[in-house]
Design a protein around this ligand. Structure first.
Ligand code: URA
Length: 239
């Protein structure tokens, strides 16, 4: 985790001297990941989203945001009637052309990656790259040992599509499990559970490519990825 003083990061952008940076911060005009900061010496993640007077300090071309998506919100950039994931970010993020990397159903919660890095998003979503996505599910019904083999061997969904091998880890209650998949077809996990005789009543994405949803993020909260998390995703996406 690379941390730097906030005033140093501002001056490193080339736009402000160190003393201008200090004044701006002290006067409450600088935010880090949407939180107003007033101490120049505060240490921040170098990957954080910094704004001055509401404008993004754009020394980064690409941004990577981990959102804990609440149920009821669409993983989309805009919609005429429903709230979309981007609506949950402050105004300054709206200019960055972020989009969700991969879908998460309206009724699902959890890790939604918002980025403007198309190459990374493509790498993470391509089934050919075999990038793990882990979901927690609670179901009506109970999983049994045989379901592990069923999902490992693949099930037929959407009429004629055979799913890639997936891993089922049954939790303490047989109505709860973690399922690891490497692809992301529409309602895929729900359909795979149905093939095991279980109807999903709650679904949450826990991790993408080995990067876990930060447990300190409440639903609706977000933060920038750390440098390590960003590097991990890029490695897995083949970049
Ligand atoms: N599988 C589903 O069924 N829904 C999601 O949102 C993601 C994976």
């Amino acid at each position: 985790m690379a941390l730097s003083r906030l005033d140093r990061m501002l001056s490193a952008s080339g736009k402000y001297t160190r003393s201008q940076a200090k004044d701006l911060i002290r006067s409450g005009r600088v935010s880090v990941d949407g939180v107003c900061m007033t101490k120049p010496e505060v240490k921040c993640e170098e990957s954080a989203m910094i704004t001055v007077n509401g404008e993004a300090l754009n020394f980064r071309e690409f941004h990577y945001i981990m959102l804990n998506k609440p149920a009821g919100v669409l993983s989309a950039t805009e919609d005429r009637k429903d709230t979309v994931a981007l609506d949950l970010l402050p105004a300054q993020f709206q200019k960055l052309k972020l989009f969700p990397a991969g879908r998460l159903d309206k009724d699902a919660e959890g890790f939604l990656l918002l980025t403007n890095d198309g190459q990374l998003a493509h790498g993470l979503m391509s089934p050919r790259r075999h990038v793990d996505k882990v979901y927690y599910v609670r179901v009506e019904g109970e999983f049994c040992e045989k379901d592990k083999i069923t999902l490992q061997e693949g099930v037929i969904i959407d009429g004629d599509y055979k799913t890639m091998p997936a891993k089922l880890q049954i939790l303490d209650s047989a109505s709860e499990a973690e399922i690891t998949v490497q692809e992301g077809r529409f309602h895929q996990v729900k359909k795979m559970c149905l093939a095991c005789g279980c109807r999903v009543v709650y679904l949450k994405r826990l991790s993408i490519a080995g990067v876990r949803l930060d447990p300190s993020l409440q639903t609706g909260e977000f933060r920038s990825l750390t440098e390590e998390e960003e590097a991990q995703l890029k490695r897995e996406a083949g970049m």
